[in-house]
Design a binder for this molecule. Structure first.
Ligand code: SF4
Length: 198
C-alpha cells in the first residue's frame, strides 16, 4: 500500500517561533484541521495528495536535517509508519494538542486549543507550549499545564500575513506584563512575519 498525505505546501525557511527560532528547516504543511480558530492565518482546507516518496523527493531538495510537520493539524494524518520513512531527519511537529503525537516525532511544539485535562491525557510532557495572545486573554497557570521545557507567549500581530504585519503594542505589552509576574513564561515574537519570509 502506498503511503499518502494531503499536502498544502512544502517549503524551506527559518523557524520563526519558539525555542528553535532562527534555525533553518523544511516545513511540510498538511491539509485539514479539527478546529476553526478566528485568528487562523493558514490555508489548511486546500492541498493535493502526495505519496511519501514524492514528499521525500521534495524535502531532499534542501540541505536541512530538520522537518517541521505543520498544518492545519498534522496529527490528523501522520502515523508512526509514515514518520519512519523520514527517520533520517529531526522531526518536529506543530500541533493544537487535540491528539497524542505518533511515535517518531523528536520535538513537540503545542499551541493548545483544548482544555488542560485533555492536554494532560495526550502528553506526559512537550518541548514547548506556545500561546497566541490578545491583550486581556486569560493565561493559564504554568502549574496547571503538563510539563514543558519552554512556555511561550506569542502576541498576535495586526495586519495581513503575506502582505504587511505590525506589532500590536497592547498585545505585546500584555505578554510582557504576564512574563514580569511569572518569569517562567518567555516571549516568542513571530520573526518570520516581521521579516516577511514564509
Ligand atoms: S488549530 Fe491552528 S491551524 Fe487549526 S484553525 Fe486553529 S490556528 Fe488554524
Amino acid at each position: 500500500m502506498k503511503l499518502k498525505l494531503k499536502v498544502v505546501e512544502i517549503f524551506n525557511s527559518i523557524q520563526g517561533e519558539g525555542a528553535n527560532v532562527g534555525k533553518s528547516a523544511t516545513f511540510v504543511r498538511l491539509s485539514n484541521c479539527n478546529k476553526n480558530c478566528a485568528y487562523c492565518d493558514t490555508d489548511w482546507d486546500v492541498g493535493a495528495e502526495m505519496t511519501v516518496a514524492e514528499i521525500l523527493s521534495e524535502v531532499r531538495k534542501y540541505p536541512d536535517s530538520m522537518i517541521v510537520w505543520t498544518g492545519g493539524e498534522p496529527t490528523l494524518q501522520l502515523t508512526s509508519e509514515i514518520l519512519a520513512e523520514f527517520k533520517s531527519y529531526f522531526q518536529a511537529i506543530e500541533t493544537n494538542g487535540t491528539n497524542p503525537v505518533p511515535e517518531g516525532i523528536d520535538y513537540i511544539s503545542c499551541s493548545p486549543k483544548v482544555g488542560w485535562e485533555v492536554l494532560k491525557q495526550n502528553f506526559g510532557s512537550v518541548d514547548e507550549f506556545r500561546f497566541p495572545v490578545v491583550a486581556g486573554d486569560e493565561i493559564p497557570s504554568i502549574d496547571e499545564l503538563p510539563h514543558a521545557s519552554n512556555y511561550f507567549l506569542s502576541p498576535i500581530f495586526d495586519g495581513e500575513v503575506k502582505k504587511r504585519v505590525e506589532i500590536n503594542r497592547a498585545n505585546l505589552d500584555y505578554c510582557l506584563s504576564v512574563i514580569q509576574r511569572d518569569p517562567r513564561w518567555r516571549l516568542s515574537v513571530q520573526l518570520h512575519k516581521l521579516i516577511n519570509v514564509q
